[in-house]
Design a protein around this ligand. Structure first.
Ligand code: UT7
Length: 318
């Protein structure tokens, strides 16, 4: 049992922060960011918490699917930057939408939207009565950045993306990989104030070994896509679009080169929004759909990589 995507939506906060704006607060410049990462601007929330942005993308996806919150059988959400550990962002989104279905949140960092799809497929298989599941990736990355660290604060942005899934055929195959550890990327929690706890902890912001992540990301995209193509007797000509996690334009260019495919096949909106972690894949999917280029029956590969380290890719028929 599987699903097909019947609606998509996204939301970004109105405040656009350009590379020149960032050059006023850290030692950076538009040329470096444009050339090394491909970002021109990102949206930064001034007033909205993560769940509020998540609920707005979710509502847009419901409207796009032409359904009500009361039609949902499940809400699955992902974030690394929620305003509360509990209630989860999934609970908060359910509340904001006025839905009554069960909900669940998961954390797989930037790969999370694909893990949401995988989890949704499992719920459809487990509960034969489930017809519609909402999946939401929502992030206020600006809240977990060290704004004095130029190697990380210039590459992330805030936003949310969502999709409505309906029982049916469309989710064809997936490949999931985790290499657990915190040496390459980590976002420590606030350590607390226990008078008995003696161990030191890094600051509660994103810490990332950029180059190591970069190499891992290019290899992950190449191997995950190759696996999906081989396993399903497909070639790149059968795939209409690749919807990747938006971390760095150069990662996509390198991966395209290794896969011997035009970069045009990789959907990219990183220039406008930066890296929005779990929201980036659904936001890219939504913009692809809105462009009018995506047709029913098109085969898509979505792929993502990030903290964990985790990477995942899936093959879908739209
Ligand atoms: O979504 C989670 C997954 N995350 C990713 O996939 C991110 C993957 N990594 C990357 O995208 C890149 O590694 C970065 C964008 C983070 C960094 O780009 P890079 O080309 O790997 O730069 P680098 O770390 O090798 O640094 C090159 C130089 C250094 O200066 P020196 O030592 O050569 O003098 C850095 O200090 O660039 C410097 N630098 C900057 N310069 C201006 C680092 N950040 C900046 C900056 N502005 N913002």
């Amino acid at each position: 049992m599987s699903f097909r995507i019947i609606g998509t939506g996204m939301y970004v906060p109105p405040k656009a922060v350009t590379n020149d704006d960032l050059a006023k607060i850290v030692d950076t410049n538009d040329e470096w960011i444009t050339k090394r990462v491909g970002i021109k601007e990102r949206r930064i929330s001034e007033t909205e918490f993560t769940s509020e942005m998540g609920a707005k993308a979710a509502k847009a996806a419901l409207d796009d699917a032409g359904i009500q919150a009361s039609d949902l059988d499940m809400i699955l959400a992902a974030t690394v930057s929620g305003e509360t550990v509990s209630p989860s962002m999934a609970c908060m989104i359910q509340n904001r939408l006025g839905a009554t279905c069960p909900v669940m949140e998961l954390n797989a960092a930037c790969s999370a939207f694909l893990y949401l799809l995988e989890t949704a497929a499992a719920f459809f298989a487990l509960h034969k009565e489930y017809q519609k599941i909402l999946v939401v990736g929502c992030e206020r990355m600006s809240g977990i950045l060290d704004w004095t660290d130029r190697s990380t604060c210039v590459i992330f942005g805030d936003g949310s993306g969502a999709a409505v899934l309906e029982r049916g055929e469309g989710y064809l195959d997936s490949v999931c990989t985790v290499k657990g550890g915190d040496d390459v990327i980590k976002i420590p929690h606030f350590i607390g104030t226990s008078p008995w706890f003696k161990t030191e902890q890094d600051t509660p912001y994103i810490h990332m070994a950029g180059q190591e992540t970069f190499k891992y990301a290019v290899s992950a995209i190449e191997s995950d896509i190759t696996t999906l193509l081989e396993r399903n007797n497909l070639t790149m000509d059968d795939i209409a679009y690749i919807v990747p996690h938006q971390a760095n334009q150069r990662i996509l260019d390198f991966a395209a080169k290794r896969l011997k495919v035009s970069t045009d096949k990789f959907v990219s909106n990183i220039a406008k929004y930066g890296n929005t972690s779990s929201a980036s894949v659904p936001m890219a999917l939504h913009e692809l759909k809105e462009s009018g280029k995506l047709k029913r029956g098109d085969k898509l590969i979505m792929c993502a990589f990030g903290g964990g380290l985790s990477n995942m890719a899936c093959l879908l028929e739209y």
